[in-house]
Ligand binder design. Sequence first.
Ligand code: AMP
Length: 402
Amino acid sequence: MNKKTIEDIDFLGKRVLARFDFNAPLIDGVIADRTRIVTALPTIKYLLEKGAKLIICSHFGRPKGKIMQEYSLKPIHKMLCDYIGDMPFFNEAIAKDTVEASHKLKNGEAMFLENLRFYKGEESSCDDFSQKLADLCDIYINDAFGACHRNHASIAKTPKYAKESGAGFVLKKELEVLGDSLFGDVARPFVAIIGGSKVSDKIGVLKNLIKKTDAVIVGGGMAFTFLKALGHSVGKSLIEEDKLDIAVEVIKTAKQKGVKLLLPVDVKVAKEFPNPIDKLVEFDNVLIDQIPKDMMGLDIGVGTEAIFAYEIKKAKTVLWNGPMGVFENPVFDKGTYAVAMAVAETTENNGAISVVGGGDSASAAVQCGVASRVSHISTGGGASLAFLEGKVLPGVACLDDK
Ligand code: AMP
């Protein structure tokens, strides 16, 4: 990795603006999942131990440049104080008082800024706002991988105005794992498992991975667009008519490159899209050519589970992004479980490096109980997709080179 990291910089006595992604789910003002706060702790602890004067900032939700109390970072600030001790909270990120307070911090002390998206300049990437944020610091540290695909002020511009900048521990690990393991010196066979609802969300990922992997496994709703492109009738299954040509293109590239493209050979079908808590949905397991006209495919079938698992267990590098079916419903979560178990097993028994993409894939890994059995679960949804598409992340590009 050619970017400066937290381990390459001297922080003693310096004001350090550290940008995190504390966009945790809140239910009735209570933090429902503290993962994003907990994963930030090593970077925060390290900076304080190294004598930084630490200014902590993040975005939260989508207040669209307005002050909205439901998007206040106060609950996150409170939780962080429970972990690392009290620190003052500043309602105005770029006020004169806030800058003065940053100068008054002692080495190893921290302060916490309110939601940066309360300012319009954050999302519009305004120069003036970016510069004012940079007035708070000598050094800028980005540990917000989940936001690095955004061209926002505190992500893509503020670092340019700081004297020095680099990646925190979360970002460093993401870049090492996603960058080096998947796109560097890759251990082969490299198998990518791509699922989820739509081809349209993952066109870029499919097009990029089909050139770099040894096998691509396609499950979930998007598989039906591929199956239809191959001439199968898929009943009422999810189809994106306008993406049939993309499916054909991916199939063609796979053939040209000698990459195996695995699609379901059987599926679980039902008459309607299921409600997540309906455990008694009537379903059938049918071969691809036998999907009834009035039914839709909602999970891969048992034969497909076995074929996908067989391929996954041969891999030395695995990337998994997206569920194999409507895994929110217990009747249609079996395909996702089978894939999750195979990914965990190839990691443990075959020494494979396994990477789970963020978002729904991360929750599927947690639901299937394999979160601690894979090599890495990415902390970013959109950011990891952008990375897998081969895009340069603005939040990474602007950091200092080593
Ligand atoms: P994504 O956000 O693209 O990763 O998609 C995740 C969503 O895809 C989940 O909410 C699943 O319920 C949905 N999904 C998976 N398989 C299917 C399917 N066969 N038909 C419709 N939706 C699906």
